[in-house]
Design a protein around this ligand. Structure first.
Ligand code: SF4
Length: 329
């Protein structure tokens, strides 16, 4: 059962001067019930914009967004609220800025129920207390304010708020990036436990590759606004097909075995012709600068369902390709 489906979604923003920042360029992606899809890529790859567009914090420039089978690409107002806002939620990177500092935790949590007219005041308070218990904070914390909490506790409140409407999908955008490593593990365990209990789906956005690998059933690798590879976590991290995915996967290896793309990420307002990765790819050929490779379905390398890759020479640069390895840092 598919919960979220993006079909050829583009998200362009006005840039400096008369430029257009093409943050997302033709992304197609599915998230199924009970599944975690990890979205990885370096800063500026467009992964946060995909997450925000999927939940219609932005209206897509073009393309379709299907949520639980309904087209929510352009819906507004009451319909947007009833379908998407009611059934999905976002957990943000920085809980300090995503929580209203003037609201007690109890009010932070009852707010979504109030907005959607769910329950009376007593029922909402009971639901908030139960949720504080569920995320390990304790119901007695309801009278506290966000500034009285640690970073890890605030992120638990962020997760609790996201769960108040019993969503089927949560987009988690770097939810542990601002936390200490020991606290990160607790928050990750909480997310996993809740998924097991409720069967909800996650689109998990992170630059922390080991965390993404640990949490995700499938991975989508983004580069310059495009998805360049999809597959199971093991496929993408152990047998990457796209040279950029190989580069990301090699970050798990010792420094001397890493494959580093040359140069910096090009500007999304002026992407390279042909394959967008050709300016940094260790195995680029003449055709790569002219012909953009389509995201193509290829057989699974681990006996599972098919995977996808956008490269004219998939699998040529492997994690063992010492001939193509660039200088380690
Ligand atoms: Fe590299 Fe060419 Fe593949 Fe692009 S199409 S990733 S430049 S080999």
């Amino acid at each position: 059962e598919t919960i979220l489906e993006l079909q050829d979604v583009h998200q362009h923003f006005p840039g400096p001067g008369r430029q257009t920042v093409k943050a997302v360029n033709g992304v197609s992606l599915t998230v199924r019930k009970g599944e975690t899809v990890g979205l990885v890529g370096e800063s500026g790859s467009g992964k946060t914009t995909v997450g925000r567009t999927a939940l219609r914090l932005y209206t897509p420039t073009s393309g379709q967004i299907l949520f639980e089978g309904q087209d929510v690409s352009k819906v507004k107002g009451r319909k947007l609220s009833q379908i998407l806002r009611r059934r999905s939620a976002m957990v943000f990177q920085n809980p300090s800025t995503s929580l209203n500092p003037f609201l007690k935790l109890e009010d932070v949590l009852t707010e979504p129920l109030t907005v959607h007219g769910i329950g009376n005041k007593d029922a909402r308070r009971r639901a908030a207390a139960d949720m504080l218990d569920r995320v390990g904070l304790g119901s007695e914390m309801g009278g506290r304010y966000p500034h009285e909490l640690s970073g890890g506790q605030r992120q638990r409140v962020g997760i609790a708020r996201a769960l108040m409407l019993d969503p089927t999908l949560i987009v988690a955008d770097e939810p542990t990036a601002s936390l200490d490593v020991s606290v990160q593990a607790q928050v990750v365990n909480l997310l996993q436990d809740i998924q097991a209990e409720r069967g909800l789906s996650y689109l998990f956005i992170s630059h922390d590759l080991s965390l993404v690998r640990h949490l995700s059933h499938r991975i989508a690798v983004m580069y310059l606004g495009r998805i360049v590879e999809t597959g199971t976590s093991d496929e993408v991290f152990d047998e990457p097909l796209h040279p950029y995915a190989a580069s990301l996967a090699s970050m798990q290896l010792s420094p001397e075995n890493r494959i580093l793309p040359s140069g910096d990420l090009p500007s999304p307002s002026n992407p390279p012709s042909g394959c967008p990765f050709h300016t940094r790819c260790a195995i680029a050929r003449d055709t790569c600068a002219v012909n953009e490779p389509a995201l193509t379905t290829v057989p699974s390398t681990t006996g599972g369902e098919s995977r996808q890759v956008a490269c004219h020479f998939p699998g040529e640069l492997t994690l063992n390709s010492s001939a193509h390895r660039t200088t380690a840092p």
